[in-house]
Design a protein around this ligand. Structure first.
Ligand code: NAP
Length: 293
């Protein structure tokens, strides 16, 4: 189980959707939290803004001093190869370079990577010991960034997150409501996700673990088959799902892969999920939307 930590100075590098939710939790725990981003105008109350670009070393010369823990939660603004390289590999490299010049080194850096580093496509079970052999630049760059961090002198922990959903990240819910996604009878397509609150809370939890591992999978308890998710959402919303042709359903598996990620290591570290499966998470979002009218 996690230990209570004393008040710490924490830097969230790339403080966006996950970083802000994490920062709010850490502020509530009494930590002093700095949120670094290029345009820090929209941070939640209590998170201290740091204006910098992780990929531009000249903007990293006056980082806050005596930072104990860093969370690297930057996300690529552009999804092309250059955008990925900029946000992850270059950003991490430049941040590590800036930290090398500091007298006081942080105790640990956490990096929110992605399960996209796994290229398994036939519904294989995947855990921290499984082979990560990406077949596209997204997974490649994530894996290179992880390796760069883990090879450095500062202790580090990588958390490979599944697809994040939650308030404001409800694309699937809206697509089902509008009849824009359908189900096919073809191959099974396993998907892995985590609710925003769990993504933030599991990082908050790992900060309290005495000697965290260097790698965790951050996914909920159910690697859900996609058509089961869509059918559940459609049932809950009272809409009918269009039927897809076999070719279209297969193309989706080819694009996104199909694997079943396990969260045992995270659970064994003492973390308890607030939204164990997509059902609890989406239920909350559907209720919140209907309360709003
Ligand atoms: N979203 C998912 O489904 C998913 C799945 C698996 C893993 N992940 C990982 O989880 C992490 C967090 O995801 P998220 O959805 O919270 O990301 P996000 O909100 O899209 O991005 C986080 C923040 O990073 C900042 N940023 C981007 N480039 C920067 C740079 N060069 N320097 C400083 N700040 C920069 C952006 O703010 P500014 O534009 O103001 O700089 C943005 O607010 C990412 O590492 C992502 O790869 C996400």
């Amino acid at each position: 189980m996690g230990q209570a930590t004393a008040m710490a100075r924490v830097l969230i590098a790339g403080c966006g959707y996950v970083g802000s939710a994490l920062g709010e939790r850490l502020v509530a725990d009494g930590h002093e939290v700095f949120g670094l981003k290029r345009n820090p105008v929209d941070l939640p109350e209590g998170i201290k803004p740091v204006r910098a670009d992780l990929s531009l070393p000249e903007t990293l010369v006056s980082l806050p001093s005596n930072i104990e823990t860093i969370f690297y939660t930057a996300g690529a603004g552009r999804s092309d190869e250059e955008g990925y390289r900029y946000a992850y590999l270059d950003g991490m490299g430049r941040l590590l370079g800036a930290l090398a010049d500091l007298a006081e080194k942080p105790k640990r850096i956490f990096f929110t990577s992605s399960i996209s580093v796994y290229d398994q496509r036939r519904g294989e079970w995947v855990d921290e010991e499984s082979k990560a052999a990406p077949s596209n630049y997204r997974g490649d760059i994530m894996l290179m960034t992880e390796r760069l961090l883990l090879a450095g002198e500062i202790p580090a922990t990588v958390v490979r997150l599944g697809g994040i959903y939650g308030p404001g990240r409800d694309r699937l819910l809206r697509a089902v409501a509008r009849g824009e996604v359908g189900v096919g009878s073809g191959e099974l397509h396993y998907t892995n996700r985590i609710h925003l609150d769990d993504a933030a809370a599991c990082l908050q939890h790992l900060m309290t673990v005495e000697a965290p591992a260097d790698l965790y999978l951050g996914v909920d308890h159910e690697a859900a088959e996609e058509s089961a998710v869509l059918r559940w959402l459609a049932g809950r919303l009272g809409v009918k799902l269009p039927e897809l042709g076999d070719g279209e359903a297969k193309a989706r598996v080819r694009r996104a892969g199909s694997k079943r990620c396990r969260n045992d290591r995270l659970v064994e570290s003492g973390y308890r999920f607030q939204f164990p499966t997509f059902r609890e998470g989406y239920e909350m979002m559907i209720r919140a939307a209907s309360d709003k009218g």
